[in-house]
Write a protein that binds this ligand. Structure first.
Ligand code: GUN
Length: 308
């Protein structure tokens, strides 16, 4: 069997065209969606992710701005930048690129982000609302994966889903969303991690296998069931003297071997990655729409006060 390639790049392009049109409509009403990004330190992968996010904003017609701080920045300096973004009416979405050089600071920094601008969906309030199935900004990578499944006609209802990796950014929110009683959910979810005994015993049960372990070749062909759907969230750099950058990107799945066995698979690059950025644009547009609606409502109140 040769797998159907789930082309995240093509789905992302289609969604970005829709987002660009919706952005133009909002701009015609006087509101330009704006994303503010904070990058601390000079992790090369983080730098390239941030550059890609800003390029995508520009292509969609959104405003973006970036603040860079050195790896030695104190928590107070980082919080001061976040607070400035919180108060800036041109900023509808705030993204603090993770990991921070000092990961111990991360929760305090995330908690400082105004939940109304939390387009990453990482604030405890956003996470709690997501867990409860209430409207909120969904974290971008899980949300992007749900859209890949939906737009590829892959049903999660009643499916056995195995997620490998329990990060706050991908594995745990994804397991939660897929198990909810919702359009994108209704799956029976197993969440595996570094302490899971006999990982293959679990992965072989999966109708849909999601690899988000952050380690190349975590999933080999022997670990997948024939006919399964495989979503590869991994982005691992491996040295490659023939590549211009001196490295190439591979996922967490042994792609060449696994694609011969499964029904469908996302490639790396060109699978989940472009969808993550697309959902960031989606959330930023949504935040700007809500801000515009609040502004219109307060304007209407102002008119009423002026008339009375
Ligand atoms: N680092 C890796 N993925 C992400 C993400 O989706 N958002 C942020 N802020 N940092 C990340």
């Amino acid at each position: 069997m040769t797998a159907k390639i789930l082309d995240g790049k093509a789905i992302a392009q289609q969604m970005r065209a829709e987002l660009k049109a919706a952005t133009a409509q909002l701009k015609a009403q006087g509101v330009t969606p704006g994303l503010a990004v904070l990058l601390v330190g000079d992790n090369p992968a983080s730098r390239s992710y941030v550059a890609a996010k800003e390029k995508a904003c520009a292509e969609a017609g959104m405003h973006s701005e970036e603040v860079r701080l050195p790896a030695t920045a104190t928590q107070e300096q980082i919080l001061a930048v976040v607070q400035r973004f919180n108060l800036d009416p041109r900023v509808h979405g705030i993204l603090v690129q993770l990991p921070l050089p000092d990961t111990a600071m991360e929760q305090a920094v995330i908690a400082m982000i105004d939940p109304a601008k939390d387009v990453d969906g990482f604030h405890p309030l956003s996470v709690g609302r997501m867990m409860l199935g209430l409207p909120t900004f969904l974290p971008c990578t899980p949300h992007g994966i749900l859209h890949i499944l939906k737009r590829s006609g892959i049903r999660t209802d009643g499916a056995q889903v195995v997620v490998v990796g329990r990060s706050n950014i991908v594995g745990r929110p994804l397991a939660n969303l897929l198990s909810q009683k919702s359009e994108f959910g209704n799956a029976t979810v197993t969440l595996c991690h570094t302490r899971t005994r006999d990982l293959a015993k679990h992965t072989l049960q999966a109708d849909i296998l999601i690899a988000a372990a952050g380690r190349a070749c975590t999933i080999t062909a022997e670990m997948v069931r024939a006919g399964a759907v495989v979503i590869d969230v991994g982005v691992n750099r491996v040295p490659d003297a023939t590549a211009k950058a001196g490295y190439r990107l591979i996922g967490d799945v042994d792609y060449d071997a696994v694609k011969e066995k499964v029904a469908a698979i996302t490639p790396v690059p060109g699978g989940v990655g472009p969808m993550t950025i697309t959902m960031l644009l989606f959330n930023t547009l949504e935040s700007a729409r809500r801000a515009a609606a609040r502004h219109a409502a307060s304007g209407a109140r102002g008119d009423w006060l002026a008339r009375s």
